[in-house]
Design a protein around this ligand. Structure first.
Ligand SMILES: CC1=C(CCC(=O)O)c2cc3nc(cc4[nH]c(cc5[nH]c(cc1n2)c(C)c5CCC(=O)O)c(CCC(=O)O)c4C)C(CCC(=O)O)=C3C
Ligand SMILES: [Fe+2]
Length: 344
């Protein structure tokens, strides 16, 4: 099969104070997130001048991928489109059509399965193609990569580097964190017949693989950035509450590894580098945060390897026993009842 472009599909983020509210409205439309929560999150963004780092990080990662494609003599232009903010996927796919692109691969900036991490990107593909009409290119989404050796090894090195900044590295507790989702969303994650919980199970597996590479036997997997109304249960424990638990157990230092994310966007620099770090400070726990892999050269290599699986029959590398998933055409779900959106 031949392809004539790569579409980099991401979440999007505001690029100035006036963008923040409309961006948040886009993210939460129809999702029952209370306005008080939006006010709170708006403040986090305004704290950084209304600019999320996510777009600049994506642009830098795309440049690295372009260079890696060139190095491997894969001649594919790379386009950039987002779910929630400009450049919007709808506009980008329209541009691709007018540039004559007929079939493109899509890299979505999430490593995992689940509604928010996988299937919602399928919905973005469907929406963007519909907006474009009959000239829309065929869009083939690349697979989930939470267990790719390059993803795991980049995180393992980042944990090592963060650990080295602590006064007694060997005593530090390694704490993996990923974006919380409603318990109902996690229960519906994965193909229905597999029993659900695919998202939390993949996060746990990625954490186990990184810990194994590090030779760390004891570690925790916790959650962060919960949203939604308070009466709806989300995955727990929250990272901030978990620091209290670790303090009670006498833990004096932590290395927090944001295994659920690919770049140091706002959920990482606010919820971890500000909220969690401040709580650790109050508790007298020494705190270090591992970098995400998005700006690591190995991440560009990983993306290009996923592309090469399609264009040059490179075998798919994966360290877990989970079936390969997330690769579908034109935003089709992996299976009919796969990762359905929970009812609110
Ligand atoms: C699993 C998951 C990922 C990881 C997979 C992936 O990376 O795609 C992720 C990533 C991100 N989430 C982000 C931002 C936000 N997420 C929100 C809200 C929500 N996230 C959810 C889940 C996830 N989110 C869910 C279930 C909600 C509730 C509303 C709904 O059901 O959809 C809200 C609303 C306000 C609030 O937090 O309440 C914001 C602003 C940003 C951009 C940060 C930046 O701007 O730098 C990124 C990368
Ligand atoms: Fe989110």
């Amino acid at each position: 099969m031949s392809y004539d472009a790569l579409l980099w599909l991401s979440f999007g983020g505001p690029e100035g104070p006036a963008d923040v509210r409309p961006f948040l409205e886009n993210v939460t439309r129809g999702r029952g997130v209370p306005p008080e929560r939006l006010d709170e999150v708006e403040e986090h963004y305004q704290h950084f001048g209304g600019v999320s780092p996510i777009n600049a990080l994506n642009r830098a990662a795309i440049e690295a991928v372009r260079a890696e494609l060139t190095r491997r003599e894969l001649d594919l232009p790379v386009y950039f489109g987002n779910r929630n903010w400009h450049p919007l996927a709808e506009d980008t796919v329209g541009q691709m059509a007018s540039d004559g692109i007929q079939r493109a691969l899509v890299f979505a900036t999430s490593a995992y399965g689940g509604y928010s991490a996988c299937r919602q990107y399928d919905e973005d593909i469907v929406r963007a193609r519909a907006a474009c009409g009959p000239a829309a290119p065929e869009l083939v989404k690349l697979r989930q990569f939470f267990d790719h050796p390059l993803f795991i090894t980049a995180f393992a090195d980042a944990v090592r580097a963060a650990m080295a900044t602590l006064s007694e590295p060997s005593t530090a507790r390694v704490v993996f964190t990923a974006h919380s989702v409603p318990v109902s969303a996690d229960a519906a994650a994965g193909p229905a017949e597999s029993g659900g919980h695919r998202y939390s199970a993949q996060v746990a597996e990625a954490a186990r693989l990184v810990a194994t590479e590090l030779g760390v036997a004891d570690y925790d997997v916790v959650w962060q950035s919960r949203s939604g109304p308070a009466h709806i249960p989300w995955l727990e424990p929250d990272i901030v509450d978990h620091l209290d638990t670790l303090h009670d157990k006498g833990v004096a230092a932590v290395v927090v590894c944001p295994i659920g994310f690919v770049s140091d966007h706002l959920e990482v620099i606010w919820d971890l580098d500000s909220e969690a770090k401040d709580r650790a400070g109050e508790l007298g726990i020494e705190f270090a945060r591992a970098a995400t892999p998005g700006t690591d050269q190995r991440f560009a290599e990983l993306v290009v390897e996923l592309v090469a699986e399609h264009v040059s029959d490179v075998p798919a590398r994966a360290l877990s026993a989970f079936p390969s998933a997330g690769c579908t055409v034109n935003g089709e779900p992996c299976a009919t009842d796969c990762c359905v959106q929970p009812r609110r």
